[in-house]
Design a protein around this ligand. Sequence first.
Ligand code: FAD
Ligand code: SF4
Length: 424
Amino acid sequence: MYSVQKKPCTNGCPVQIDIPAFVGLIAEGDFRGAGRKLKEQNSLPAICGRVCPQEEQCEKFCTLGIKGESVAIGRLERFAADFVASLGQEETPPVASPTDKKVAVVGSGPSGLTVAGELAKLGHSVTIFEALHKAGGVLVYGIPEFRLPKQIVQREVDYVSKLGVDIRTNFVVGKTATVDELMTEEGYQAVFLGNGAGLPYFMNISGENLNGVYSTNEFLTRVNLMKAYLFPQYDTPIKCGRRVAVVGGGNVAMDSARTALRLGAREVYIVYRRAEEQMPARNEEIENAKQEGVQFHLLTNPTAILGDKCSWVKTIKCQRMELGEPDDSGRRRPVPIAGSKFELAVDTVIIAVGNGANPIVASTTSNLKTNERGYIVADDKTGKTSRCEIFAGGDIVTGAATVILAMGAGKRAAVTIDDYLRNK
Ligand code: FAD
Ligand code: SF4
């Protein structure tokens, strides 16, 4: 067996996969063993292998990367997970004997799926309550098919179900029943809140209410979850014009731009008020967008969206910017260049300037502490909130982050919840 003493790559992985061990098993040709090793720490390897920002995590710390190129850890993880799945005989780990303790999990994104799977393995009776009609969170409604095939997400959801987790969809916690009602009326002894950060932000400029303006959430949900591109076989329509402006510079903006191209748009623009090196999107995503023909209007700030007489989007008014002094984030602040306003003719505008916390769960749960931005206050290491029987993790605590960080939070909370249920 391949072994190393120091594992900087493992330390760079938020769920501490034993990377040298699983890569070593692949090198020995033991692909099933590699898949098993991955699952010890990561219940969603086929997903993480595809969407983790590896260049900022495991691969950043690879010792081979010091002098040359890092091991392609993400791609190897994806290979091993896909190989095991292709055999069609994925092993389900043993589940401990029932403890008769009931746990409710709000949300079926990566944090919810992880905490649910871990607690089910420990013998607890777990129910996930999901607002949408399909489980998976952003993995199904946000990240597009071309980056993360939905069949893979379904496989992972099925795996969690096989562990005995009950998934109740079309159940909006805070409306269908509150967290307090789940505990007092349905007998749940602990609740994990993994309801994500799905509330879209807008720019508050005029014209955002015109026809043809979408939040990125709405745009991607219509396409990914509601299959609007198959209208009328599917009920949900989408109107993606020939010229599309996507406002924002993150991964979500890149996903929207590339999705618009796939819906048939001829020209797709990224409109971003800062410079390319300040874009929060992964370099890989920016490169992919460029290669596919997305045009970048950088240092360009939208100031208004104008419509025609039927209130359909016609143009987006923009202001050219230059970089000034650093702001609070340490990035140089974009400042307007006098006399440089211009209009971009477009038929669709997609606003991808970030998401925040939807207040529905926190506002309907008594004595649950939130911060000034509406995120639930929870301990990073344990998931403990201001209420001893309620735990939280993922984007609803950290703000929009990553799949693997949400999973890590789910794993840590599972340990605390198990301890709480056994020792309270
Ligand atoms: P979510 O995945 O948001 O899941 C929350 C779930 O809770 C949802 O299913 C929601 O419907 C449900 N819910 C909300 N309110 C209620 C309620 N009241 N009752 C019941 N259910 C409720 N991260 C990466 O690592 N790599 C990427 O490439 C990447 N790309 C992304 C692309 C897009 C378009 C987006 C939007 C995000 C992307 N992210 C990416 C971020 C990543 O997907 C999130 O950080 C992660 O999914 C957060 O997981 P979560 O479990 O906290 O919440
Ligand atoms: Fe790297 Fe993500 Fe896999 Fe961890 S889960 S080894 S960070 S790709």
